[in-house]
Design a binder for this molecule. Structure first.
Ligand SMILES: Cc1cc2nc3c(=O)[nH]c(=O)nc-3n(C[C@H](O)[C@H](O)[C@H](O)COP(=O)(O)OP(=O)(O)OC[C@H]3O[C@@H](n4cnc5c(N)ncnc54)[C@H](O)[C@@H]3O)c2cc1C
Length: 385
């Protein structure tokens, strides 16, 4: 098994100039990409290439695996900046900088060579395939495998899978046929072009336009046993242990970044829009509303960074803190984007205005890495044992 540091093993010092570079990218070329994605409803291949060449897809992975080795809180400061951009851009950065954790933790040396390093370098794309249309997320999953010699035969269904249509592998979670609950689950690296798989793109989302999401149906699709990560029965450990806590913290920070963008747009609008002879910003009701936003954003940022530091320090409560950070940040994002749109007046509801997209994109974050109900369940478990 490979040793996976939490983050930031002897890598670059940052962010400093790197944060300035990222902010320049987000406010410059990032805006052009955002406009193109909204216009074409697809992510140009050039964006993936650009992000990869700039080294933005391997910021968080350790240097020993080919990453840039930024400490986690410093990576999060950059993720905040990326998240001010189009949701599809931040989705690429977030997924690529995080999914290696799930693969690397249980990878054998051969799997590290075949999957972990190529994912970090950007040579292969991996989609995380857990959610199913006919089962609850987690121990309820129904996709199943039957083992015959050195091969598993996979049957079942997955949906809502980000990058599911245009990836190279699915990191897919299933169970040994007939096993109940968490026991018997397996994590498999499944070749995107495996025979027996039917893949359909799920287009026309409310927000996060351009990102591909897939619905997949498997009928005895053959997967080599050698592509299983971890032991039989530990599939959900691959999905959750060591991966979910930092990933939830990262999603919390993406909320902070998008809220910051909404706030910037609202402040700029309040300064320029005049009603009854005065800019909106001169009205206390408007100024107070945006003051509340500012406090809300800062509080979410600090709880998120606190959770990140506790996770890096190996604090056993960091899983609970990550759920608190995520729950708090998505609720903050709902409040902030709602007020930011309100300050724009009716024109903010119209499509060419950036706040319209920000408002739509924000809604997706409440589903990522567990809904509010799931975060509350984690916090309540800590409370009541
Ligand atoms: C933009 C986007 C991208 C996504 N990308 C991926 C991806 O890459 N990979 C992937 O695997 N999934 C992905 N998902 C799916 C996402 O993880 C799920 O939508 C989320 O976990 C909720 O699961 P569900 O949709 O099956 O909702 P359901 O399980 O049907 O739940 C419906 C509602 O009921 C609540 N609920 C369900 N069970 C309980 C319970 N026991 N107690 C209390 N409340 C409950 C839920 O919180 C939710 O509010 C994505 C979703 C979106 C919107």
């Amino acid at each position: 098994m490979s040793e996976v540091p939490g983050a930031g093993e002897a890598g670059e010092k940052g962010p400093g100039p790197l944060a300035e570079e990222v902010e320049g990218f987000v406010r410059g070329p990032g805006e052009d990409y955002a406009a193109e994605i909204e216009r074409t409803r697809s992510v140009p291949p050039g964006l993936w290439k650009d992000l990869r060449e700039r080294g933005y897809l391997r910021l968080a992975a350790p240097a020993s695996l080919g990453g840039r080795g930024l400490p986690f809180p410093q990576y999060l400061e950059l993720l905040e900046l990326f998240s001010m951009s189009h949701a599809s851009l931040r989705m690429i950065v977030h997924v690529c900088n995080g999914i290696w954790r799930a693969i690397a933790r249980f990878a054998t040396p051969e799997q590290e060579k075949a999957f972990v390093r190529p994912q970090i370098s950007g040579d292969i794309r991996v989609a995380f395939a857990l959610t199913e249309p006919t089962a609850g997320t987690g121990a309820d999953i129904r996709s199943s495998v039957v083992r015959e010699g050195d091969t598993y035969y996979l049957s079942g269904e997955k949906h809502l899978i980000t990058f599911g249509a245009h990836c190279d592998y699915w990191l897919l979670f299933a169970r040994l046929g007939g096993t109940p609950g968490k026991d018997g689950t397996v994590a498999l690296m499944v070749d995107r072009h495996v025979p027996g798989a039917k893949v359909e793109a799920m287009a026309d989302t409310m927000g996060v336009r351009g990102t591909d999401h897939a619905h997949m149906v498997f009928d005895r699709a053959p997967v080599p046993v050698a592509n299983r990560l971890g032991d039989e029965g530990r599939g959900l450990d691959v999905a959750f242990d060591g991966f979910l806590t930092p990933s939830r913290i990262a999603v919390a920070m993406t909320c902070v970044g998008l809220a910051r963008r909404a706030q910037e747009l609202a402040v700029a609008h309040a300064k320029t829009r005049q009603t009854f002879g005065k800019p909106l910003a001169a009205r206390q009701a408007i100024a107070f509303s945006l003051a509340e936003n500012e406090a809300d954003i800062e509080a979410a940022r600090q709880l998120t960074l606190h959770a990140a530091r506790r996770w890096e320090a190996g604090d056993e409560r960091s899983a609970t803190l990550s759920s608190m950070a995520k729950l708090n940040a998505v609720d903050m994002l709902t409040r902030v984007t709602d007020k930011a749109l309100q300050v724009h007046g009716g024109i903010g509801y119209w499509e060419p205005h950036p706040i319209e997209r920000v408002y739509r994109d924000a809604r997706a974050q409440r589903f990522e890495e567990g809904t509010n109900e799931i975060q509350k369940a984690v916090i309540a478990r800590d409370l009541f044992g």
